[in-house]
Design a protein around this ligand. Sequence first.
Ligand SMILES: Nc1ncnc2c1ncn2[C@@H]1O[C@H](COP(=O)(O)OP(=O)(O)OP(=O)(O)O)[C@@H](O)[C@H]1O
Ligand SMILES: [Mg+2]
Length: 233
Amino acid sequence: MLRLEGVSHSYAGRAVLRDVTLDLAEYRIGVIGANGSGKSTLARTLNGLVVPDTGTVSLGEWNTRRHAQQIRRQVGFVFSDAANQIIMPTVAEDVAIGLSFGWMKAEEIARRVDAILERFGLDGHRDHPGHLLSGGQKQLLALASVLVTEPAVLVCDEPTTLLDLRNTRMVRRVLDSVVQQVILFTHDLDLIADYERVLVIDEGRVVFDGVPGEAVPFYTDLMERTEREGTDR
Ligand SMILES: Nc1ncnc2c1ncn2[C@@H]1O[C@H](COP(=O)(O)OP(=O)(O)OP(=O)(O)O)[C@@H](O)[C@H]1O
Ligand SMILES: [Mg+2]
């Protein structure tokens, strides 16, 4: 289980995460909050892309300060702009790269790559350059490239922000179907409507932690309040 204890982080002296303590045990966790509230920074602490100034992020016996490599193998990360995750000349090579540094034989890698491309409806594109895929297909490729390595946890930072309704639904189906624990950071409140647990982040703090049916109204009220305060100023 991912555990955050007293996590604080600043950029150039400005606090972005403030004393966040969380046990992330549930199978489906959503994280919502305004632009700039610290969601992406929090997401990045979960696999050691950001190591906090103070506090610890741990997974079992490991923590991101000392065991970033081990944690990254267990905590997969998907960005909103999937194009940034496409690095190899072809779709199949992009999926294979995550398996290429271990013990796995070439035939086993090929078998797993083919299986996941088929599952994501990308088998027809296996030898095409990834950057020629549509936005939705790129996002599916990014998900496939992470899931093929079989992490325990999937952290997604706004995976549907750049997608149309059809592709958003496709990504949603994938996220609903995976065996992994999913921690989904999003502005799309529909996406987390049936999640087990939703966290609301405001100014670097967890200000609400509960079921979506209560978290979403809390967040909507919070946004309306800050809007009113903004216009009163
Ligand atoms: N690498 C960085 N260097 C300096 N400041 C940063 C950096 N990354 C984020 N910040 C600042 O930290 C604050 C929180 O940013 P973060 O990206 O975590 O917010 P967010 O909740 O993900 O926002 P959004 O909903 O717009 O994606 C912002 O004010 C941002 O400008
Ligand atoms: Mg963000």
